[in-house]
Design a protein around this ligand. Structure first.
Ligand code: GDP
Ligand code: MG
Length: 783
């Protein structure tokens, strides 16, 4: 029977794991190995994916993938004899005279003044960024959404000047399959940090130590930071640190990154092992006895076989051997083995597979988990179900419940949008706008009294203050929106949204994680594009960014309001609803097109951990907001500033570069007049409308404000457009290039080429769709 056929609440033991390549390795790395026990917790409301419990944590898995995993007929859940072991508590040894892991006589400290570099490595969501911020005092984004950290960040450990620590993306394994894994692996192998700080989530030991096993093989000085000990302690669990240390052969320091406990000791140990280059005491975890014998012999055989090649390439031998056995083709190419050696390698491994009765990847994963369970049995007193977990389960009954999940999601999103755009953000925006107006008026008065040149006055007032100011007034909305989103993210709800929505998004070639940026896009494309950074798969991230502009942003509302009031007073809501719908429909069509062309290939497997709900830390949220504000301000004063000045120039000067206040003489109107005929077939070929559309590139709201400047009277609009033309114009406004702020955001995420493609592509698409809409409307006899 396969995992797919498991019934709710039923447990089973895994027999074989199907699938191939990256997907299969990912299964194995997440703990889905033969012999592991899984329990089906629930299905997402739409029936796919499923939530599984394995090694005491929750995992999502698509049904399709679950069908590839064979399980053994149901067993009664094993009753664990949790004998309370009596052990004397021995104080955790400090560094001692010469350190714990090296003898005094072979002390070779790094030369004074040499930079001690550390890599901070750990599972996703294990508290890396929290620890990094603790260590360096910097403001990195911390989230409770697996995969928040996408690229690396460096910092100096506070109080230790010649250190450098790098926060690497969260990974579950050192397999080179996801971007994060490659970044981390390349960083460690290429830049050779002097030490590794491996952060391990103590509430989730089995899974976290899996990565530790692979890090130990790198033979780089390492300390283990056992994080979340506060949670473990509160729930009555303990870890016998000394035993764990002894079994793993590296210093283990219990800490709580969130509460700042144990940090000093961790830093001391880390600097110590790095300074004296104390490698892990043992890197050999294959059990020579029992079932592990075959794999033990195999690993050591492979090690001898490739030793010279690994040394030549500066790759730790044991690590190289393990990876080769897992069928890592990147490494195989890198080692440049000769044909004979390759064949020998294959023979050794095939023999092992035969003796062990498991294929190579599964055998390796099994070997690691076998050792980990020994470590955990000896050193971990498991707590009862933790308070956090009970709370999460209760919350999940509602938030991912079959009938309640989707309504709850809709209500939460509506609430956030309402608060952001109607209440808090709008209020703050008005406040800021008042400030900007006041500042602009005072500066204007000042310039006036000083008799400053009229051109300069116009530049400052009509250009900079008007342009940058209007963009700046978005800042509060963006900050408020991010405030709520970071709470959703930090609390762990975002991962649930992805779980609930995965099935729907799968249909258009995306995975559940893409829902969040797109939803934000209805508010504003800029934070939406920025939020896509939480997506771990490059392909999904690109697609999501390209689709976000199709979600009609709130700045387009004034356009809709203006034209529907003028042309469709009877059917305002209908027309607006239709526009939002057309936007989404185009998004879906584009997604399908992209799926078939640019982004062929499978969406990443949706194997995601569902973390416990946690109370977001105020400090973390504040740090995030500050970072976003800084980000936005940076942009406002660079890209947007420049663009504003350009448009101001085009608007205020005529062809002979004289200032003009006749709009129709400005360069902008000339350009607009030049492109206006392009829009004739769409029903709005007037130069004033083209001007408005061009200025709409600055900010969508200015489409309306520009028109009102260019038209002497409100009724003038009836002279420019028919009803059909107005609708076609609305569709065009909905679809054409996103504003400069959004394009700048796309540029930051994907580069100049994509940003250009987005602007040009959307204009073209808007033209085609508007043309079609206009012609159809004419055909059915609308005027
Ligand atoms: P990363 O994905 O590894 O960078 O993990 P983060 O630093 O983003 O942390 C993930 C979550 O764990 C956040 O909600 C933190 O507030 C929480 N967290 C981190 N360290 C601790 C800790 O020591 N104790 C507790 N209770 N929570 C923690
Ligand atoms: Mg992080």
């Amino acid at each position: 029977m396969t995992l797919k056929e498991l019934k709710l609440g039923q447990s089973a033991s895994i027999l074989t794991v199907g699938g191939e390549g990256a997907l299969r390795q990912h299964f194995l790395d997440m703990g889905l190995i033969p012999g592991a026990e899984v329990t089906l917790v629930k299905y997402a409301p739409m029936g796919d994916p499923m939530e599984l419990k394995i090694y005491g944590y929750e995992l999502t898995l698509r049904l399709e993938d679950a069908g590839k995993i064979e399980v053994e007929a149901v067993r009664e859940p094993e009753v664990r004899q949790d004998v309370q072991r009596q052990r004397r508590m021995i104080p955790h040894p400090g560094l001692g005279e010469g350190g714990k892991y090296h003898a005094k006589e072979d002390e070779h400290p790094l030369p004074e003044g040499e930079m001690i570099s550390f890599a901070l490595v750990g599972n996703q969501n294990s508290g890396k960024t929290t620890l990094f911020n603790r260590l360096t005092g910097s403001n990195q984004h911390v989230g409770n959404f697996p995969g928040v950290t996408v690229d690396r960040k460096d910092g100096v450990i506070r109080g230790h000047d010649n250190t450098m620590i790098t926060d690497l993306p969260g990974i579950y394994s050192m397999s080179p399959y996801t971007n994060e894994e490659i970044v981390t692996r390349e960083f460690i192998l290429r830049e050779k940090p002097k030490g590794i700080i491996n952060i391990v989530d103590a509430t989730n030991m089995m899974r976290n130590l899996y990565l530790t096993m692979q890090l130990l093989e790198l033979d780089i000085p390492m300390v283990i930071a056992l994080n979340m000990m506060d949670e473990v302690r509160e729930n009555g669990g303990t870890v016998y640190i000394n035993i764990m240390e002894k079994m793993l052969g590296v210093p283990v320091v219990p800490i709580s990154a969130a509460k700042g406990e144990g940090i000093t000791e961790l830093v001391d140990h880390a600097i110590h092992v790095a300074k004296y280059q104390e490698s892990p005491e043992r890197i050999d975890f294959c059990d020579a006895k029992g079932t592990g014998g075959a794999i033990h012999r195999c690993i050591h055989g492979v090690m001898h076989l490739i030793e010279d090649h690994a040394l030549q390439n500066g790759i730790p031998v044991r690590f190289a051997a393990s990876k080769l056995m897992e069928g890592d083709s990147h490494l195989l190419d890198k080692l440049c083995l000769e044909q004979n050696e390759r064949e020998m390698l294959e023979h050794i491994i095939v023999q092992m597979e035969k003796e062990r009765g498991l294929d190579r990847s599964a055998a390796m994963a099994d070997m690691r988990f076998h050792f980990i369970s020994q470590v955990c049995d000896a050193s971990v007193v498991r707590a009862g179900e933790s308070r956090e977990h009970i709370r999460s389960r209760q919350l999940d009954r509602f938030l991912t419940g079959r009938y309640t999940a989707i309504p709850a999601f809709i209500v939460i999103m509506l609430l956030i949008f309402w608060l952001t755009f109607d209440v808090i953000g709008a209020w703050l925006s008005e406040l800021l706008e008042t400030c900007v107006t006041w500042a602009s008026d005072s500066v204007g008065a000042l310039l006036e009294t000083m008799h400053v040149n009229a051109v300069l006055q116009s530049l400052v007032l009509d250009g900079i203050f008007q342009g940058v100011g209007s963009v700046l007034s978005f800042l509060p909305i963006i900050i408020t929106l991010f405030f709520f989103l970071s709470i959703l993210e930090d609390s762990g709800y975002m991962a649930r949204v992805a779980f609930v929505m995965d099935k729907l998004l799968r249909k258009i070639g995306l995975s559940g994680r893409s829902i969040v940026p797109m939803l934000i896009g209805f508010g504003c494309t800029v934070p939406g594009v920025m939020a896509s950074r939480t997506l771990s798969s490059e392909r999904d991230r690109k697609m999501t960014i390209l689709l976000t502009p199709f979600m009609s942003c709130s700045a387009k509302l004034p356009i809709y309001a203006f034209f529907t009031a003028a042309f469709f007073p009877e059917h305002r809501a209908l027309v607006m609803g239709l526009l939002y719908f057309i936007g989404m429909a185009m998004g879906i069509v584009m997604a399908l097109v992209m799926k078939k062309s640019l982004f062929r290939g499978e969406p990443v497997p949706f194997v995601m951990e569902l973390p416990n709900y946690r109370m977001p830390g105020a400090k973390n949220v504040m740090q995030l907001l500050w970072e976003k504000a800084k980000d936005f301000l940076q942009r406002a004063f660079t890209v947007i500033f420049l663009a504003t000045v350009i448009v101001w120039f085009l608007q205020s000067f005529d062809l002979r570069f004289n200032m003009t206040d006749q709009p129709q003489e400005s360069i902008l109107s000339l350009i607009a007049g030049f492109i206006a005929p392009l829009f004739c077939p769409l029903g709005f070929g007037d130069w004033r409308i083209s001007t408005a559309l061009i200025s709409g590139f600055m900010a969508k709201e200015s489409v309306v404000s520009t028109l009102s400047v260019l038209l002497p009277a409100e009724e003038g609009i009836y002279g420019l457009l028919t009803q059909a033309g107005a609708f076609s114009l609305l569709v065009f406004c909905l679809l054409y290039t996103p504003c400069v702020a959004a394009v700048a955001a796309v540029k930051r995420e994907l580069g100049t080429k994509w940003a250009g493609a987005v602007s040009a592509g959307q204009c073209l698409l808007a033209w085609i769709v508007s043309f079609a809409v206009y012609q159809i409307l004419l055909l059915i006899g609308m005027q």
